[in-house]
Ligand binder design. Structure first.
Ligand code: AMP
Length: 280
């Protein structure tokens, strides 16, 4: 495994590999790696020759300084885990100033209105920050296949939009959500949950599955009410939003239709958990 921290090092390493005919598979992460990240890497290794993994907690996508401060950072553990699953990977783990030189003015990205809803509405500026880092990382990686989780479905849609405009030579792959055995979507934030809240959190996915089973019959409004009641029953979890939106353009719908997904964000104490599931 090769670990580098400078853009120029990644660029020249990848150019060398490309010249010998290798196809690059790129998995961007913020570290605190778990099996969800590894499933992206397995998929990347399946369809490409060289795996590039970035580990960078991107400050511009955090809209709360305490969230940024508390975000888990464990580079040594991450590298040890990566060594066991992808010993030939190229790992890019830059400092903040390498990605955001002082005095740099960030551009504003056209996100096609996909950022007006759900995560974008609740976390102003979040997706501009995501677009900024993904743009920068794609500039460094060059043409490649890049892998993102459906766990962050809105992010995936926005990255497809950004890549189509600014990086047409990058192929975007979406990878299904990996879950713990009790159904909780794997997330780096899960390790911030107290044992009591961790024990309660699986009710989110259980309630989502119930929603998905009943929505055709009972309708969206009634099922949303039941979802919120089920999740909030103990008094320790709080639903920030729950809605049904079209998979393609993320437009919210109130009457059930095909090709939609159920999306939710739930606070478990201070920890904000997001999840989504296909309804058709
Ligand atoms: P993060 O480190 O949280 O920024 O995530 C890096 C990538 O891993 C993103 O594309 C996420 O959507 C993806 N990811 C995070 N959790 C999961 C999961 N449980 N299953 C699949 N992909 C995931």
């Amino acid at each position: 495994m090769i670990v580098v921290s400078k853009k120029t090092e990644v660029h020249s390493l990848l150019e060398n590999k490309r010249q010998s005919g290798s196809k690059i598979g790129f998995v961007p992460t913020m570290g605190a790696l778990h099996d969800g990240h590894l499933s992206l890497m397995r998929e990347a290794l399946r369809v490409s020759d060289v795996l590039l993994v970035s580990i960078f907690v991107n400050p511009t996508q955090f809209n709360s300084s305490s969230d940024l401060e508390n975000y888990p950072r464990q580079l040594e553990n991450d590298l040890a885990l990566l060594e066991t699953v992808a010993p030939n990977a190229v790992v890019f783990a830059p400092e903040v100033t390498e990605m955001y030189p002082p005095n740099e003015t960030l551009r504003s990205y056209d996100l096609g209105g996909l950022d007006d809803v759900m995560e974008g509405a609740k976390r102003p500026g979040h997706f501009q920050g995501v677009a900024a880092i993904v743009d920068k990382l794609f500039q460094i990686s060059g043409p490649c296949k890049a892998f993102f989780g459906e766990k962050d479905f809105q992010q995936l849609a926005i990255i497809r939009h950004v890549a189509a405009q600014y990086h047409p030579h990058v192929d975007i792959y979406g990878v299904p959500t990996r879950r713990e055995s009790d159904g909780l979507a794997m997330s780096s934030r899960n390790m911030l949950l107290s044992p009591a809240l961790r024990a309660e959190a699986p009710i989110i996915y259980q309630s989502m599955l119930k929603f998905a089973r009943q929505v055709r019959h009972d309708g969206i409004e009634a099922c949303l009410k039941e979802f919120v009641a089920m999740v909030e029953k103990s008094g320790h979890l709080k639903v920030e939003y729950a809605e049904v939106a079209r998979s393609k353009d993320l437009k919210s719908v109130t009457d059930f239709e095909e090709n939609t997904r159920f999306f939710t964000a739930v606070f478990a104490g201070d920890v904000r958990l997001i999840d989504n599931v296909s309804l058709s």
